[in-house]
Design a protein around this ligand. Structure first.
Ligand code: SF4
Length: 373
């Protein structure tokens, strides 16, 4: 099979592994003309074109949601480390991409497949002097030594949790173990990551949303634990999408906004330092898909409002709908210089979305309106 054909197949397979903030469709893959090129979005809204591909779609595991699941009959191909290195350098030298995101199916065993991935990174760094971005997916079950080698070459590493609980994980696969193959490896990565020369951009993970009975609360409890205990840098939420001829082909899709709401809640936990108990879940453990989690939290805790803009702490300002990190920072800085806010227009000038903030704030002791909810 030609290299171009393989690239099309393995680039397509890689698109089910997301690394894009708030992405719950596959539009960020530019596969038609340039297979494997993926526009990854950062949290601050920038996009970075990455070469995102699998070493192989051959896999001995039975993950029921996955296109590469061993039950799925379709074309199985693989790249050698030499081929993949040369294709990446072609893309990179032609400025199609700015970095590499490499993953793989587990052909025979995790160690051999991971060795091939590490070899690509080694060739790029040692033989070709490549100094750009490399993200290596760590395959479940990889040994400690090989994870360390991967981290010595990559900027970032990740291992997909896929599920938030051991029970959810068991619904997805019978060939991987949640505690030993995933959690234990993540703990190793955290410990190794204390060394500044090993994967300096840290570790991330991904959840498949809607393929199990897990609730939003289950997922966000796990995410909260990961940020606090394992110091992961980011969580990604990939909406389950049924794939023909795989075991979950008839499984229902999740609500189209569910992953987006999880991203918003995740941002509140990680970046705004919300406590888990400030998020609002219904009796089934799910968030309101029609309302953003910060607004939902504010109207469910009316005792915390209205907030006096001229006295509130940075953290209290951040809890006001319509006030983000940039505007909260500006308010605090201006106050330190003696500024007193009296009018909505002054808040608008520092970036506050006043139509959202108004019911939740006081300006110089004057309450602007009522919550009206
Ligand atoms: S191990 Fe990875 S590639 Fe293999 S079936 Fe599971 S999710 Fe898919």
């Amino acid at each position: 099979m030609s290299r171009a054909r393989k690239l099309k197949i393995l680039g397509e397979s890689a698109k089910y592994d997301r690394c894009n903030y708030a992405n719950y469709n596959l539009d960020n893959f530019l596969t038609r003309k340039t297979p494997g090129i993926y526009n990854a979005s950062t949290r601050d809204g920038c996009t970075v074109p990455l070469f995102k591909v699998l070493m192989t779609n051959k896999c001995s595991n039975d993950c029921r949601y996955c296109v590469n699941c061993n039950k799925h009959r379709f074309d199985r191909v693989e790249f050698s480390p030499e081929d993949l290195t040369s294709i990446f350098l072609d893309y990179y030298n032609n400025r199609y991409v700015e970095g590499l995101f490499l993953s793989s199916g587990i052909n025979r065993n995790a160690e051999t497949s991971m060795e091939n991935m590490v070899e690509v990174a080694r060739k790029l760094r040692m033989e070709h002097g490549y100094k750009g971005y490399i993200h290596l997916k760590i395959l479940p079950g990889t040994s400690h030594d090989l994870i360390k080698s991967a981290m010595s070459l990559a900027d970032r590493v990740s291992i997909n949790m896929e599920a938030a609980t051991p029970e959810g994980f068991e619904e997805l696969t019978s060939t991987k173990n949640y505690q030993t193959d995933i959690i234990r490896r993540m703990k190793w990565m955290k410990r190794l990551g204390n060394r500044k020369d090993l994967a300096p951009s840290g570790q991330t993970t991904q959840f498949i949303v809607g393929a199990t009975n897990e609730t939003d609360q289950d997922i966000l409890e796990r995410v909260d634990w990961l940020y606090k205990k394992l110091k992961i840098r980011r969580s990604y939420f990939s909406s389950f999408s049924p794939i023909r001829d795989t075991p979950l082909e008839n499984h229902e899709k999740p609500h189209p906004k569910r992953s987006a709401r999880l991203y918003q809640a995740d941002y509140l936990l990680d970046s705004y330092k919300f406590h888990l108990n400030e998020l609002v879940f219904d009796e089934n453990g799910n968030m309101n898909s029609d309302m953003d989690p910060k607004y939902c939290s504010a109207i469910s805790n009316p005792e915390n409002f209205p907030v006096e803009v001229n006295e509130a702490s940075y953290s209290e300002l951040l809890r006001v709908p319509g006030i983000g990190k940039v505007s909260a920072n500006r308010i605090v800085k201006l106050r330190k210089r003696g500024k007193c806010f009296n009018k909505m227009k002054e808040l608008k000038d520092v970036g506050v979305v006043v139509s959202r903030a108004e019911p939740f704030i006081k300006l110089n002791k004057r309450y602007q309106t009522t919550l009206g909810v």
